[in-house]
Design a protein around this ligand. Structure first.
Ligand code: BES
Ligand code: ZN
Length: 454
């Protein structure tokens, strides 16, 4: 490992722990002060790491932390993006240790945000420090760390348009994804988009006695379940008319390439505690979770859910539904198609309201760019293995936005593992991934600067 990282590794970890102690949950208004505290912490750390300056730029929502280390305007510039906000920690009772009291166990640090994305974002702060301290910053580095990624980055478009000139760069570098495994490192070459919405189904104008009225009145929960059931057919294809119209299919060659990834389905099921899998007919599990669109219920509620039993036929039922989208699909269009269809399948016994939440567009990133080659070389040096390209199923809305607004492609050089429990209880991040990640990032900057000169 790089000597500087080796010497300072314990301090790096305790600084990260300090950041992890701040409950910067962007979805929860009660955490507003903490989200801002996290922004301030990141700003100060960037200053300490040796940035020329770091500042907090206000938006309509949470601020963006922006920093620069400019060496020479004639050298290439890398714009690093990351986020300091985290997902809600619920359900709290399933955590083995409190989500905002980081602990190190078996070579991993446990806390909400340990991997997504505080741990991964902080690697860039430490990579900057490592380069600055040795006087070897090889290119210009700009950093843009936002606080609303987990709630859809609603204020980013305005920000990117307003600061277009300042954000000028040759490439975007993001560590907010995963590698296939520690033995098989990978670089992410595509992300899915997202349409997220909430539906409300209303039956009778008040809750009713389920014995007095049951059987004669449409129960909104039963109706909602029927409606949701009908959104997928027997082949697990989405029935919303027009849903697949814009889907970009992979070529047979691309699918063959994907099938070479050493994916072990039995191990996958064991790790998830399931005895069978489910998904769209005609596609492998790896394809289903990356290059195919999906529809999932993320939450469903209504009626009586307290202790014991209450006989009630509820007035309302609700669900939160997400659709993951693949290249060429448009989040706005899919949301509209869904809304129209969902309203059209509602029986007369209920009224339906569809409320769109946030969304994000899918993205693919090139594998023939200088930046991708530099990332590949950086992995080879630090991990001793050439990384494989891999499409992923999660979403990072800024990737498509950067391309649209700045004409810039991203390199998705993440270091997490799918088993790190992001968005889930007991989120963690391997210390090896953290330290090796820092090293890989410093190497990326060196190789990128060097290869851009040629
Ligand atoms: N880091 C994730 C995205 C991710 C996870 C990409 C795993 C690839 C592999 C990111 O922080 C995230 O969770 N994004 C949200 C985006 C949404 C709120 C618009 C997501 O995917 O649900
Ligand atoms: Zn996330």
């Amino acid at each position: 490992m790089n000597q500087y990282i080796q010497t300072h590794k314990d301090r790096f970890l305790s600084e990260l722990s300090e950041l992890l102690r701040i409950p910067s949950v962007s979805a929860d208004p009660k955490c507003a002060n903490d989200v801002r505290r996290a922004a301030l912490f990141v700003k100060k750390e960037l200053e300490k790491a040796g940035a020329d300056f770091a500042e907090i730029i206000e938006t309509e929502g949470y601020p963006i932390v922006y920093a620069e280390k400019m060496i020479d305007p004639s050298l290439p510039t890398v714009l690093v993006y990351g986020h300091y906000d985290v997902q809600p920690p619920d359900p709290l009772d399933l955590w083995h240790s409190p989500p905002f009291e980081p602990v190190v166990k078996d070579g991993k640090i446990y806390a909400r945000g340990a991997c997504d994305d505080k741990g991964q974002m902080y690697m860039h702060v430490k990579a900057l420090e490592t380069l600055v301290s040795s006087g070897t910053v090889p290119c210009n580095i700009k950093m843009m760390i936002e606080g609303e990624e987990e709630v859809g980055s609603d204020n980013l478009e305005y920000f990117v348009k307003k600061y277009r000139d300042r954000l000028a760069a040759d490439v975007i570098l993001i560590s907010d994804t995963s590698i296939f495994s520690n033995e098989v490192p990978s670089i992410t070459t595509g992300l899915r988009g997202l349409s997220y919405l909430e539906v409300e189904v209303t039956g009778p104008d008040r809750d009713l006695h389920s014995g007095v009225y049951g059987g004669g009145v449409g129960n909104p929960i039963n109706v909602l379940c029927d409606m949701i059931h009908s959104l997928l057919d027997e082949n697990n294809r989405i029935t919303v008319p027009g849903f697949y119209d814009d889907v970009q299919e992979l070529t047979p060659e691309e699918r063959t390439e994907m099938a070479k990834i050493p994916f072990d389905e039995i191990h996958y099921m064991q790790k998830l505690g399931v005895e069978g899998l489910k998904g769209e007919k005609g596609y492998t599990t790896l394809e289903r979770v990356s290059i195919r669109p999906t529809l999932d219920v993320n939450g469903i509620w209504g009626g009586y859910t307290g202790e014991g039993a209450k006989t009630v036929l509820p007035s309302k039922a609700f669900a939160k539904i997400s659709m993951r989208l693949v290249p060429n699909q448009s989040s706005k269009k899919i949301t509209e198609l869904f809304k129209k269809y969902f309203e059209s399948i509602a029986p007369k016994s209920v009224k339906v309201e569809v409320r769109p939440h946030h969304g994000g567009e899918p993205a693919v990133t090139p594998i023939d760019s200088v930046a991708f080659q530099a990332a590949s070389r950086a992995f080879e040096t630090a991990w001793g293995k050439k990384p494989i390209p891999k499409r992923e199923g999660g979403s990072i809305p800024i990737v498509a936005l950067f391309e649209k607004e700045l004409g810039l492609k991203s390199v998705l050089m993440g270091f997490g593992l799918d088993s790190d429990n992001i968005h889930s209880p007991n989120e963690h991040y391997g210390l090896m991934n953290f330290y090796k990640g820092i090293e890989t990032i410093t190497l990326f900057h060196q190789y990128f600067a060097e290869m851009m000169r040629k």
